[in-house]
Design a protein around this ligand. Structure first.
Ligand SMILES: [Mn+2]
Length: 434
């Protein structure tokens, strides 16, 4: 299944399957009760776990809505997504592991896919949904702690949606958290008095200033931003109404505040207040917290790969939510491999081939490389054997990239993997003398 997903450039199941017999086979696979999302996610996390030993790991987690349609999707039984309740689809919660030092993408840690229940959307109901869905942040942190226990350290990073008191107090002992603050919580001062979190941060002395390059984004040019840094330990008070009476009354965290000063651009200036369980005692450490938080964008890139460039998951034509849920999970696993190849293509990260391939793939990739290389320097694989960049060059060439123009993207990588799996399957057959 995973192979077929990375092989086919379109997620419509009929085309994915290729022919009627395979369509039946696929649908049977997806309908099979024993193949659940949980099992697929656990399997992927176990593969990721093989790569984390002794490394400093960050796990970036986030939610994404998969919009599948309006009235017809509703009739098929898909729950509400997006604002207004007019659109229907599924929810995906995913987490990826990265090396904190060299940013290498190591694999999927968790994927949860669900269909919101189909009742009327009322304020009270959306509150209940929010409470239930907040559990995904907590359970991903638990899974990360279990699956990646061989790591030297684990920091789980997430955006403002996950600023949940229970998230901080119930984290596993081997997991640090880094969460962008969302709520202006009550905090306790050393004097015993209390104040609000954001007013407290505003009153802190600037600890340092530094400049960063903010990359271009849709509707925004690249720019240099000057940032002012503040940080302090804080004691957060348990929110009211008490979410769960057994939670401790306070928790000690560190708050870092980074804000853009001397802003000349028109957009909103940067202002983040990351909360973390890491201790921070100087501005260098505070800056590292901000730099770690910026690595969260990888999970956004992952959702983009899944939705557009790679898989067009939102165009999938599957009328049964239960089947679609499994399809999304399988596509999530495959999308990580595509991203690993796209990221490795420039050869700047020194990632090894085994971060994304099986050991027996290596001789096949090297044999293919020899065949694909041309006479000119430009047509030679510039990367060292055994690196993921070497594999990415081969896969991109197989996917139709000429080595002359541009850089291969997710679609080329998918086509290349399709070809590679086909060739490898062929060589396996030959070796077995079939
Ligand atoms: Mn989010």
């Amino acid at each position: 299944m995973h192979e077929a997903l990375v092989r086919r450039p379109c997620s419509r199941i009929r085309r994915l399957a290729g022919n009627r017999a395979r369509e039946v086979q696929f649908t049977r696979f997806l309908r099979n009760d024993r193949v659940g999302v949980e099992e697929m996610a656990r399997h992927a996390a176990a593969r990721t776990a093989l790569r984390v030993a002794g490394r400093e790991i960050i796990v970036v987690q986030d939610n994404s809505e998969l919009v599948l349609g309006g009235r017809r999707a509703k009739a098929d039984g898909y729950g509400p997504v997006g604002k207004g309740g007019g659109t229907r689809g599924l929810m995906l919660h995913a987490a990826l592991a990265l090396d904190a030092d060299d940013d290498a993408l190591l694999g999927l840690v968790d994927a949860q896919v669900w269909n919101r229940d189909k009742g009327k959307v009322t304020a009270r109901r959306s509150r209940a949904i929010a409470d239930k869905e907040s559990q995904h942040w907590l359970s991903t942190a638990v899974k990360a702690g279990e699956a990646l226990s061989a790591a030297r350290g684990i920091t789980v990073i997430s955006d403002r949606e996950s600023d949940i008191y229970a998230h901080f107090v119930q984290r596993p002992p081997n997991v640090e958290l880094l969460v962008r603050a969302n709520w202006n919580r009550k905090i306790k001062l050393i004097s015993g008095a209390s104040t609000s979190e954001f007013a407290f941060v505003d009153s802190l002395q600037e600890a340092a200033r530094y400049s960063v390059t903010v990359p271009a984004a849709p509707g925004r040019k690249e720019r240099t931003a000057e940032l002012a840094l503040r940080f302090s330990p804080v004691t957060l008070c348990r929110p009211h109404p008490i979410p769960a009476p057994d939670l401790p009354k306070t928790i000690q965290l560190t708050i870092v505040d980074v804000r853009e000063v001397s802003s000349t651009h028109e957009g909103k200036p940067i202002h983040w207040r990351p909360l973390t369980t890491h201790a921070v005692s100087n501005s260098k450490q505070a800056r590292r917290i901000v730099d770690l938080y910026r690595k969260r964008w990888t999970i956004e890139e992952f959702f983009r790969t899944l939705k557009s460039a790679g898989f067009d998951i939102e165009q999938a034509d599957i009328g049964e939510p239960e089947v679609m849920i499994k399809f999304v999970a399988a596509a999530a696993v495959a999308a990580v491999t595509i991203m690993q190849l796209v990221r490795a293509r420039d050869g700047t990260t020194e990632e090894k081939l085994i971060e994304a391939f099986d050991p027996d793939d290596r001789p096949v990739l090297e044999a293919l490389c020899a065949e694909l290389e041309g006479a000119t320097e430009k047509q030679k694989n510039p990367h060292r054997k055994g690196t993921l960049a070497f594999a990415a060059w081969v896969i991109a060439r197989l996917g139709g990239w000429t080595a002359y123009y541009g850089k291969p993207g997710p679609l080329v990588m998918r086509l290349g993997l399709e070809a590679f799996r086909g060739i490898k399957y062929g060589t396996t057959l030959r070796l077995k003398n079939v």
